[in-house]
Design a protein around this ligand. Structure first.
Ligand SMILES: Cc1cc2nc3c(=O)[nH]c(=O)nc-3n(C[C@H](O)[C@H](O)[C@H](O)COP(=O)(O)O)c2cc1C
Length: 240
């Protein structure tokens, strides 16, 4: 094990902060693209890659976005804002394409392909009238008595997308921090209004807004509960 690298990573993780004060300084060309590249290489369920990124740098659009984000000023002050979007229809849009990539690269074998072809439509599709999730939601609880049933994206779509977006955004924020840039993950926004500002088509859901730029603050303190209160070994242990 390379403990120096692990310590470096720990320092990176521990010193990242959610910053709300930004300098107006622009970000050098090509840097945002690298951060997005880091975000894009995050894992996703079935490698479906449902996360899209809208990068906003125009002053007027940032003002409109700020309004849709409960007037949080970091949206206007940061050099750029990246809005992380979840694609609700990703299983129909990406499945064949991502499966082919994985088959060609040899990361998916025939047996796994068979399983994916069976499971992905079952887990994701909601049928012609969009109500297929109803029977999946109704049948899952009794079926669980007979066999393990995972949470289905067809029923819990936003919950599924939130996981995918969260992992991608964390890559983005740590990459930004390693480049000397600050970020602030934000869920405080009206998704309908954000969608309008960005001209999002139906089915593309804004999940997280992340301003990025140079911090106008330093020495920000950071707090966490003691790790020992949150780690449970083998089984849940209740705190007294
Ligand atoms: C999903 C999520 C949503 C958040 N939404 C907001 C937000 O809308 N506005 C804001 O100022 N901070 C927001 N935060 C930042 C948190 O307040 C911050 O992460 C927390 O206080 C811990 O501070 P740290 O990130 O500097 O360690 C959000 C964080 C997360 C993870």
């Amino acid at each position: 094990m390379n403990s120096d690298k692990l310590d470096d990573f720990l320092t990176l993780a521990k010193t990242r902060r959610s910053v709300r004060d930004f300098k107006p300084d622009p970000i050098a060309d090509g840097v945002i693209e690298k951060l997005l590249d880091a975000a894009h290489w995050a894992p996703s369920g079935y490698n479906l890659q449902p996360v899209h990124y809208v990068v906003v740098t125009e002053a007027d659009r940032k003002v409109a976005l700020r309004r849709a984000c409960m007037d949080q000023r970091q949206v206007q002050d940061a050099a750029a804002v990246v809005v992380f979007i979840g694609d609700r229809q990703v299983a129909t849009r990406h499945f064949e394409q991502t499966l082919k990539l994985d088959l060609d690269a040899g990361v998916v074998n025939d047996a796994y392909e068979k399983l994916l072809r069976k499971f992905v439509p079952l887990a994701f599709t909601t049928g012609p009238l969009g109500i297929g999730w109803l029977w999946k939601a109704t049948l899952a609880p009794p079926a669980r008595w007979l066999t393990p049933i995972p949470s289905m994206p067809a029923v819990h779509r936003r919950y599924w997308l939130a996981k995918q977006v969260g992992l991608s955004a964390m890559n983005f924020m740590l990459a930004a921090h390693s480049a000397g840039l600050a970020t602030c993950p934000m869920e405080g926004f009206d998704s309908l209004r954000v969608g309008r500002v960005l001209g999002l088509p139906r089915g593309m859901e804004p999940m997280l807004v992340v301003p990025v730029g140079y911090a106008d603050t330093d020495g920000m303190k950071k707090t966490r509960l003691p790790l020992s209160a949150l780690v449970h070994r083998e089984q849940w242990v209740s705190a007294n």
